[in-house]
Design a protein around this ligand. Structure first.
Ligand code: ADP
Ligand code: MG
Length: 323
């Protein structure tokens, strides 16, 4: 069966669609600015389950995933559209109002204006399509395809938490105020991810990153996307990966925690590269923003090496994919 990535690459080539392939499309706006634009689909029982989440969390996440793709361009989010398909039985409840509360609260936090959408009825399951548009200075949007070999690889925040939250939900834990704090933290990371909008804008405005991608599928897969687009390889160090500390509640095994961090999806942190010359100049900023230096890009195109206990092995992409 063809993979979703092969399909996108095929239509990109067949119809010469030059703007497809990054986290958001970059479109010319005027002599000073470019528009960036992204869309994300959330389907009930594929991307979320109603018995695992709340309408407010779901509304939040619908916007967060698109804000993350705008952040991954080093851009500022400005406008949003939201289309929903809802079965009649759900429409009759207060689900949609609560969903919009969650969506709107996050939009307000980042000053994003809701400028439209669409509503339709579905036979059975909820469908959400979230669109966000934003702005970057002209030709300054940060692509995933512009890393150079020898760049330093960084990530924001910590990794593996969302996958840990998913594991708990699969084990029938639910987000509940009386739950232990580490469980709540992991489930919140999965159900109510915080988009890295300020860090994305910082990396773009300071001209700091040579490339950015957001971590939606998982580090091993998203680093592979970045390397393929940039025609570089990468070497990353297991002991430098910032593993989400709450995972200690779930397992004591370092290998298992590392597996969550390498292959777990939906952390919505940013993975980015910088020119090594900038490391010294931005030493304090890198530290203050809680960015972790996890490795380097290499000339060994598309090969990703993981260094663990001094030994090197090839890291295969094992993150999330639909097809
Ligand atoms: P992300 O995980 O960052 O949201 P995706 O993996 O969904 O990105 O998509 C990768 C690229 O392919 C993006 O540029 C996206 O716009 C494009 N893309 C995805 N699905 C389609 C589609 N059905 N038609 C055209 N372009 C698509
Ligand atoms: Mg993305």
């Amino acid at each position: 069966m063809k993979s979703e990535f092969d399909f996108i690459e095929t239509i990109r080539r067949r119809y010469s669609l030059s703007k497809i392939g990054d986290d958001s499309a970059v479109l010319p706006k005027n002599s000073k600015a470019d528009l960036v634009m992204t869309t994300d689909l959330l389907i009930e029982d594929i991307d979320f389950r109603l018995d695992w989440t709340t309408p407010e969390f779901l509304g939040h996440k619908a916007l967060a995933v698109s804000l993350s793709d705008v952040a991954a361009m080093g851009a500022k989010p400005v406008w949003a559209m939201l289309s929903i398909g809802i079965p009649k039985a759900i429409w009759k409840t207060d689900f949609v109002e609560k969903f919009y509360d969650g969506y709107f609260r996050l939009a307000q936090k980042f000053n994003v204006e809701i400028v439209g959408g669409d509503i339709s009825e579905t036979p059975d399951k909820i469908v959400v399509d979230s669109i966000v548009a934003g702005e970057a200075k002209r030709n300054k949007a940060v692509l995933r395809s512009s890393a150079k070999d020898g760049d330093l690889i960084f990530v924001t925040g910590s990794l593996g938490g969302a996958a840990g939250g998913l594991r708990l939900l699969e084990q029938n834990f639910r987000y509940d105020l009386s739950e232990e704090i580490w469980r709540k933290n992991l489930m919140l990371k999965q159900l109510q991810p915080i988009p890295q909008s300020y860090n994305g804008q910082f990396l773009g405005e300071q001209n700091l990153a040579t490339s950015i991608i957001d971590l939606s599928d998982g580090l091993s897969s998203d680093l592979a996307h970045l390397c393929r687009a940039s025609k570089v390889g990468a070497k990353i160090f297991a002991d430098k990966i910032p593993i989400n500390k709450n995972l200690c509640g779930l397992t004591k095994s370092f290998d298992e925690k590392l597996n969550f961090a390498l292959n777990g999806g939906e952390d919505f942190e940013l993975l980015f590269t910088i020119n090594p010359k900038k490391k010294i100049r931005f030493e304090n900023e890198l530290k203050n923003h809680n960015f972790s230096h996890i490795g380097e890009t290499t000339a060994n195109a598309e090969i990703i090496e993981l260094i663990l206990d001094g030994r090197s092995s090839v890291l295969e992409p094992k993150g999330f994919r639909h097809f």
